[in-house]
Design a protein around this ligand. Structure first.
Ligand code: NAD
Ligand code: UD1
Length: 337
């Protein structure tokens, strides 16, 4: 059995990945400062799997705390989710984002190297494809960033690439997620954003449960099938499985291994709304408003590299995503609170 340290393990994607890791027979040590999550998520992971995991409340920027965790456990690899992720907030508080995401990663890598643990899977994002709409994006497409959040992802990708050049013993995998949505089929764990959601699926779910009045569809004049933005929505359990496959994937000699995690299929905002309504039998009131600054018309993955090298492919459909998102929301109208 291998021991995996999961930073940001209590968060949305982290909690689903901890669950898959436990199911796959790994020992899991989760670290989180709960700045955007609730310890209850991991309690529920224990309940769902019937297995235990170790949870530390710690900030990845706090070298001493992280060092102690590496001293207490013989860790084989790290899956690094911990980070702040709200685009708008990152524009207002850039230093907080660079400090938490970039400095936090530097501290983590330094402590890992000291402990001789040179194996990391990092949560990157399709945001690194910037404003391009040359879809589908393959991993060798040009990268850029349009906001501080995106720049933290880009900088961290480059820092980890430099680390690999300097020391070939490192095994580094960069996973670029497209749009993770949905929840575990039990409805016991799911996405629980603080405040008003920025992202489409949690917004729709909160309209459905009556916490929000109506959805604003942010623009209907894009060059897409119905004028609304097209994205590659991918079930969070498929994303979780991608991490298990990445841990078990081939070690790459040169540079970090970079993989898109997406379905390869784009859906428009209105297609998502319609699927949610049809599958769940609920009407979602919406109105069309202006575009959101920084949004592209279409973004979806070429996922063939992950299929070829990791033997990973997304299995769940948009109908599964909207069903599971609603199952979680209706069972937990106020999230974990
Ligand atoms: P999340 O906010 O639910 O999870 C992040 C977790 O990290 C939270 O539990 C938070 O409390 C924790 N955390 C943040 N800073 C920390 C620190 N300094 N020390 C310890 N813990 C800290 O977000 P998520 O949606 O699960 O995303 C996980 C990762 O995936 C993030 O790095 C995010 O940028 C990346 N990502 C997410 C998406 C998405 O749409 N959800 C898309 C692409 C990439
Ligand atoms: C957003 C982030 C991106 C991040 C990604 C995943 C911005 C500008 N980009 O991208 O950096 O990597 O989330 O976390 O915030 N929409 C509505 N109404 C809403 C919300 C969204 O119509 O209330 C539309 C958007 O215009 C878009 C689609 O729904 O066309 C998806 O939006 P969202 O879920 O925010 O994801 P991204 O735009 O891909």
């Amino acid at each position: 059995m291998q021991r995996i340290l999961v930073t940001g393990g209590a968060g949305y994607i982290g909690s689903h990945t901890c669950l898959r890791l436990l199911e796959a027979g790994y020992e899991v040590i989760a670290v989180d400062n709960f700045c955007n999550s609730n310890p209850e998520s991991l309690e529920r992971v224990k309940k769902l799997t019937g297995k235990s995991l170790t949870v530390y409340e710690a900030n990845i920027c706090d070298r001493q705390s992280i060092k102690k965790i590496f001293e207490a456990h013989d860790i084989d690899a790290v899956i690094h989710f911990a980070g702040l992720k709200a685009v708008g907030e990152s524009v207002e508080k850039p230093l907080e984002y660079y400090y938490n995401n970039v400095y936090g990663t530097l501290v983590l890598c330094d402590v890992m190297a000291d402990a001789g643990v040179k194996n990391m899977v990092f949560s990157s994002s399709a945001t690194v494809y910037g404003l391009s709409d040359d879809v589908p994006f393959s991993e060798d497409a040009p990268t850029s960033a349009t906001n501080p959040y995106g720049r933290t992802k880009l900088f961290i990708e480059e820092i980890l690439s430099d680390l690999k050049v300097a020391d070939k013993e490192w095994s580094i995998t960069l996973l670029r997620y497209f749009n993770p949505v949905g929840a575990h089929k039990s409805g016991l764990i799911g996405e629980d954003p603080k405040g008003t959601p920025n992202n489409l699926m949690p917004y729709i779910s909160q309209v459905a449960v009556g916490r929000l009045k109506q959805l604003q569809v942010l623009g209907d004049d894009y060059p897409t099938i119905d004028g609304t933005g097209v994205r590659d929505y991918i079930h969070v359990m498929d994303i979780a499985e991608g991490h298990v496959k990445a841990l078990e994937g081939p070690r790459v000699k040169e540079g970090p291994a970079v993989y898109n995690l997406g379905t390869g299929k784009g859906n428009s905002v209105l297609e998502v709304v319609k699927a949610f309504e049809k599958v769940n039998g609920i009407v979602i009131p919406y109105k069309i408003t202006d575009r959101r600054a920084g949004d592209v018309a279409s973004s979806y993955a070429d996922p063939s590299k992950a299929q070829k090298h990791l033997n990973w492919t997304a299995k769940l459909t948009l109908n599964d995503m909207v069903r599971d998102a609603w199952n979680w929301q209706k069972k937990n109208p106020n999230g974990y609170a």
